[in-house]
Design a binder for this molecule. Structure first.
Ligand SMILES: Nc1nc(=O)c2c([nH]1)NC[C@@H]1CN(c3ccc(C(=O)N[C@@H](CCC(=O)O)C(=O)O)cc3)C=[N+]21
Length: 291
C-alpha cells in the first residue's frame, strides 16, 4: 500500500492565504471603525511552548494590522490581579480579543479566570457560553486549533461527511471541540484517549485521524489505515544533536507519510493555522462591533 503520492497539507501556505485575506479586510473596515483590531495575550510564567506561540502571534498581528496588547506576568502572580487585568481589558474598547495562555501556574484557577473574559472577546472559545454555542452548532467564537484543522481540510477539499474520524486527545482546547466540529461536518466521530483500550486498533479505523496528545512520534505506520488523512496537532520539542531541540509532532512523519493519502507536517502544519485562526477570530470579533 506504500505510495509516493501522499499529499502534504501545507498549513504554512494556507495560513499565509488567510492572513492576506484578513489584512485586506482590516484595511477596508478600518475607516468606518476608526481604529485597528486589538488582541491582548496574557502570558503568566515562562512555559516555553507558550513563549513560542506568543512570539509568532505578535509577529502575525503586526504584519496584518492588528494591534497587540501582549502582557507578561511573573509565575507568582495572584488570581485577583489577573482577574482585575481581565476586567480592565473587557472594558477597553481597543481590545477585541483576549487570550490567556495555557497552561497556567498551578496556584491559579484557570477556569475561573477564563470565565471572567467577556464571551464576545473570548477568541480561544473557552468560555462556557462559547463552548455551549459550539455544542448547539451556533455561530460563536471557537477554539483556534480545531478551527484551523477544519480550515485546512476545506482548503484541500477533503471530504468529511460520512467518514470515520478519530480524535486522539480530549482536552477542552483541542480534542473536545475538534470532535464537535467534525461531527457538525457529518463525520462519524470517535474520541480516543490515554485510557482507551486497543488504541492502535481505534486509530486504524480512522479515515481522518487527528492526534492532539503531546507524545512525540507516538503514531507510527501500524496505527494508520492505508489511505487515511492524518492531522498532527502535536507540538513537541525533543532534544537534538544540534543543541536547540527539534520540533516534532505526535505522528512519526517519515513512517506514516508513505501509507497515508494526506498528512500535516510539524512544523508548518497546524501550528501556523492555529495562529491564523486566532487572527481571524479577532477580526470577526472586531467586525461584530459595526452597528
Ligand atoms: N490559550 C491558549 N491557546 C493556544 O492555542 C495555546 C496556548 N494557550 N498555549 C500554548 C499552545 C501552543 N500553541 C502553539 C501554536 C502555534 C505554534 C506554531 O506556530 N508552531 C510553528 C513552529 C514554531 C517554531 O518553529 O518553533 C509550526 O508548527 O510550524 C506553536 C504552538 C498554542 N497554544
Amino acid at each position: 500500500m506504500a505510495n509516493d503520492i501522499s499529499q502534504i497539507l501545507d498549513g504554512k501556505a494556507t495560513a499565509r492565504t488567510i492572513r492576506a485575506r484578513l489584512k485586506a479586510e482590516i484595511e477596508s473596515l478600518q475607516p468606518q471603525m476608526g481604529r485597528p483590531p486589538g488582541l491582548a495575550v496574557l502570558l503568566v510564567g515562562d512555559d516555553p511552548a507558550s513563549a513560542i506561540y506568543v512570539k509568532n502571534k505578535q509577529k502575525a498581528c503586526e504584519r496584518i494590522g492588528i494591534e497587540s496588547f501582549g502582557r507578561l506576568f511573573p509565575a507568582s502572580t495572584e488570581q485577583a490581579e489577573l482577574e482585575e487585568v481581565i476586567a480592565a481589558l473587557n472594558e477597553d474598547e481597543r481590545v477585541d480579543g483576549i487570550l490567556v495562555q495555557l497552561p497556567l501556574p498551578k496556584h491559579l484557577d484557570a477556569v475561573a479566570l477564563l470565565h471572567r473574559i467577556d464571551p464576545q472577546k473570548d477568541v480561544d472559545g473557552l468560555h462556557a457560553t462559547n463552548l455551549g454555542k459550539l455544542v448547539r452548532s451556533e455561530t460563536g467564537l471557537r477554539s483556534c486549533t480545531p478551527e484551523g484543522v477544519m480550515a485546512l481540510l476545506k482548503e484541500y477539499n477533503i471530504e468529511i461527511s460520512g467518514k470515520n474520524a478519530v480524535v486522539v486527545g480530549r482536552s477542552i482546547l483541542v480534542g473536545k471541540p475538534m470532535a464537535l466540529m467534525l461531527l457538525e461536518a457529518n463525520a462519524t466521530v470517535t474520541i480516543a484517549h490515554s485510557r482507551s483500550q486497543n488504541l492502535s486498533e481505534i486509530t486504524r479505523s480512522a479515515d481522518i485521524l487527528v492526534s492532539a496528545v503531546g507524545r512525540p512520534q507516538m503514531i507510527t505506520a501500524e496505527w494508520v489505515k492505508p489511505g487515511a488523512v492524518v492531522i498532527d496537532v502535536g507540538i513537541n520539542r525533543i532534544p537534538s544533536n544540534e543543541g536547540k531541540g527539534k520540533l516534532v509532532g505526535d505522528v512519526d512523519f517519515e513512517s506514516v507519510k508513505p501509507i497515508c493519502s494526506a498528512i500535516t507536517p510539524v512544523p508548518g502544519g497546524i501550528g501556523p493555522m492555529t495562529v491564523a485562526l486566532l487572527l481571524q477570530n479577532t477580526v470577526w470579533s472586531y467586525r461584530q462591533k459595526i452597528a
